[in-house]
Every structure is written in structure tokens, then in C-alpha cells.
Design a binder for this molecule. Structure first.
Ligand SMILES: NC(=O)c1ccc[n+]([C@@H]2O[C@H](COP(=O)([O-])OP(=O)(O)OC[C@H]3O[C@@H](n4cnc5c(N)ncnc54)[C@H](O)[C@@H]3O)[C@@H](O)[C@H]2O)c1
Length: 380
């Protein structure tokens, strides 16, 4: 018999988890069947605030994996648990929503790919949440429509002093956080790869990292990553989770017939500007500024008032409703997500390649040679 609600086992009701759990409870096609939250007091409080029964709290992950009513697990635990928890869930035949990073060990990453290949009925998803931002969607569409001609240079930053307050101090610990790319810099890598997807594929990575300067990160929190594309374009990512003043997701994209910039740290109406030989007669336009568009005679190119931009590190303001909805719809329609472990593997591969490059001082080719990479990470 077909169930009318998808049974969810939720894992980790912290800062991000409590927001996603709330988004889930706003839907009528799911049912929360268990919550694993080691901080019992927090878990009970989150459930109570959402009008859910405290009896949903479980103390062992096995109680989720072994519950036949649970169709999907939702992993919002600290980074190092995503790999083992997702692998156990897939082995038990459950769909997996995983916060990023998908894994903090190369071996877990490989197992996720193998398990997805072997179980095409299972839906998996890695939460590269900027994929759902409406400005990023506009940008992808414009690049695909050759608004800027052929892209030759693309820079996307992720400079954001990630939240380490209170018990979020696990982010300082290398064995739990993994690396800084997985902790947040992968957001900018995902934006770059999906923006370029219609024109080119990444084929090489060269990276340099710096030790912490300001806060106590065990893993290097500052990264400069250069990505080569198969159309000859170069991508650059300035990543820094150590310090910053607000959320810097600066974009600078240059093509043969136009350019696009986004500054996350200025007033909304001026954040985005672009020019296009094709649609703006090579004049700069500020699509978030309706009045300026009107004055410039380009009103039809103004973006809707509800256009979102990636300019906040506060998860409450993230596109959590969209990513939750996307994953549930993928399950309901038995459709693989573009952000599945396998489909998004290139994002993780760029992270692994950057680690190798920074250590070896040389460029690493993509797709990664898994045997060489496995040996590298085993010996590291
Ligand atoms: N996609 C995004 O934009 C985004 C934004 C913020 C956080 N995140 C991700 O969400 C995850 C959680 O981050 P956070 O900032 O909410 O951290 P947090 O510390 O606030 O929350 C983590 C929660 O997991 C619980 N926990 C600890 N060990 C656990 C275990 N073994 N199993 C289950 N739960 C466990 C903790 O008690 C805590 O409540 C991280 O992986 C982070 O990368 C993603």
C-alpha cells in the first residue's frame, strides 16, 4: 500500500537543524517519526516549540536506521557524522538528505558514490543551498542564454567567519569539522560549477591554504582555489572562514560579450550589476533597482521584488523551504536530484583536489583519479 506521508528520521536539531525541522513540519506530506539529538534538553525544547511530541526523541542512531516506518533520514549533525550516518542509512534502504559536506573522509565519499550507484531507487541530496537562491538561478539562466558570451573568468568568494559560539565550537576541531572547504567554502565552489555548467566543466584545481590567523581553527581556514575549465576559462575562489566583516559572497564574472558582478555587502538595489551586448546594448544595468532600470529605459529587465541574494550567514534567512521542498519532491517523483551524492560529486572532488594541491604544491586534474587520491588520503 502506498503511504500518504513520507516518514522522516531527523538527526541534529542545532542551529541549522531546528530551522529545517520547522520547514518540514510546515508540510503536510511528511511525518517526523524520530529525532536524534544528543543534547536532550535542546531536542525536547525544539520538539515542543514545533508542537511535536517529546516521545520522538531517540538516543541511538540505530533506532532511526532500524525503524521500517522511516523512509528518509535528514542529517544536520556536525560534519564528521554525515559520512557514517548516510552510509548506514543507505545500507538500510533509506533516502538521505545530508547537510554539506557530504563526508569528511575520502573513503566515506567513495562509499556514498558506490552506494548510490548500487541503489538507484534511493534519493540522495547534499545541501549546497545557494543552488536555490533566485539570483543564482537568474545567473545560471543568463550564462546558459549566452548573455555574457563565452565566460572567460569567474570569481566567487566565500568569506564568512563561521559561527563557533557555545557548543558550535566543534568547528574548531579538525576531526569533527573536517576541512574549511567542506565547512563553507564549498558554497562558492558549488555556485561557480553550476553557473558554468551550461558552458564548461572543471578540469583542474590549484590551491593554497593558510593557517588560522584570528581564531583557533585546527584545519587551515583560509583558501585560495583556482579552477581550470575545459573551455579555457579560469575560476577563482577566495575562501576564508577565519575572519571577516559580514558575509562576502562577491561574484565577478567576465565573458566575451558581457559581465556580471554581485557585491553581497552593499545596499540591496545596487548589489547586482551586469552588461550584455545581447540584451542591454552593452550598458551596465542594476536589475534589483527598478527605478534605475526605468530611467535607463531597461525596465523590462528589472528583476522581481522578491528576488533573493546570497548575502547572509544566518541560516534562518537561507532558502531552507526550497531545499526541503526539492528533496521531498524528488522522493515523491522518484527523480534523482542534481545535488545527489553522485551528481554533485564534482563539488566534493574539487575540495579533495584542493587539499591534495595545497599539500603537494601542484595542479590536480579532474575528474580525480580515485586510486591516486585514495592513496594520498590514506597516507596523510
Ligand atoms: N547549508 C548551509 O547553508 C548550512 C548552514 C549552517 C550549517 N550547515 C551544516 O549543518 C550542520 C550543523 O551545523 P550547525 O551550525 O547547525 O551546528 P550545531 O552545533 O548548532 O548543531 C549540530 C547539532 O547536532 C547535534 N549532534 C552532535 N553530535 C551528533 C551526532 N553524533 N548525531 C546527531 N546529532 C549530533 C548537536 O547536539 C547539535 O544540536 C553542519 O554540518 C553544517 O555544515 C549548513
Amino acid at each position: 500500500m502506498k503511504k500518504d506521508k513520507i516518514g522522516i528520521g531527523f538527526v541534529g536539531a542545532g542551529w541549522m537543524g531546528s530551522v529545517q525541522l520547522k520547514r518540514l513540519t510546515e508540510r503536510n506530506d511528511i511525518q517526523i517519526l524520530a529525532l536524534l539529538e544528543p543534547n536532550k534538553q535542546r531536542g525536547a525544547e525544539v520538539l515542543k516549540n514545533l508542537g511535536l511530541s517529546e516521545s520522538l526523541l531517540v538516543s541511538e542512531y540505530d533506532q532511526i536506521v532500524n525503524n521500517p516506518q522511516i523512509d528518509a533520514v535528514w542529517l544536520v549533525s556536525p560534519n564528521s557524522f554525515h559520512g557514517p550516518q548516510s552510509i548506514a542509512a543507505m545500507k538500510a534502504g533509506k533516502h538521505v538528505f545530508s547537510e554539506k559536506p557530504c563526508a569528511t573522509t575520502f573513503d566515506d565519499f567513495l562509499q556514498q558514490i558506490e552506494l548510490e550507484k548500487a541503489n538507484p531507487n534511493l534519493i540522495t541530496f547534499v545541501d549546497y543551498i545557494l543552488y536555490f537562491d533566485s539570483m543564482e538561478q537568474h545567473l545560471r539562466e543568463m550564462i546558459a542564454a549566452r548573455e555574457f558570451g563565452d565566460i572567460t573568468q569567474i570569481q566567487i568568494n566565500y568569506r564568512h567567519p563561521v559561527n563557533i559560539a557555545g557548543d558550535k565550537a566543534w568547528k574548531l576541531n579538525k576531526s569533527i569539522m573536517g576541512d574549511a572547504i567542506g565547512m563553507g567554502i564549498n558554497h562558492s565552489i558549488s555556485v561557480m560549477v553550476y553557473a558554468m555548467e551550461s558552458q564548461a566543466k572543471p578540469i583542474s584545481v590549484f590551491a593554497k591554504s593558510l593557517a588560522a590567523k584570528v581564531r583557533g581553527f585546527e584545519a587551515d581556514p583560509i583558501w585560495n582555489i583556482m579552477i581550470g575549465f575545459d573551455n579555457g576559462a579560469t575560476g577563482f575562489c577566495f575562501g576564508n572562514i577565519d575572519n571577516g566583516n559580514g558575509y562576502d559572497a562577491y561574484h565577478n564574472i567576465y565573458g566575451t560579450e558581457g559581465a556580471f558582478t554581485f557585491d553581497s555587502q552593499i545596499e540591496h538595489q545596487w548589489k547586482v550589476k551586469y552588461w550584455s551586448k545581447k540584451s542591454t546594448d552593452s550598458k551596465w544595468i542594476w536589475p534589483l533597482n527598478k527605478e534605475k532600470c526605468r530611467q535607463d529605459g531597461l525596465y523590462k529587465l528589472a528583476w522581481p521584488d522578491d528576488t533573493t541574494t546570497p548575502d547572509s550567514g544566518n541560516v534562518v534567512e537561507h532558502q531552507t523551504g526550497a531545499c526541503v521542498g526539492h528533496f521531498i519532491e524528488c522522493i515523491k517523483s522518484a527523480t534523482m536530484s542534481p545535488l545527489s551524492f553522485m551528481n554533485s560529486s564534482v563539488i566534493a572532488q574539487i575540495g579533495w583536489a584542493a587539499q591534495m594541491s595545497a599539500c603537494l604544491g601542484s595542479e590536480i586534474k579532474l575528474p580525480l583519479n580515485f586510486d591516486v587520491a585514495r592513496k594520498f588520503f590514506e597516507e596523510k
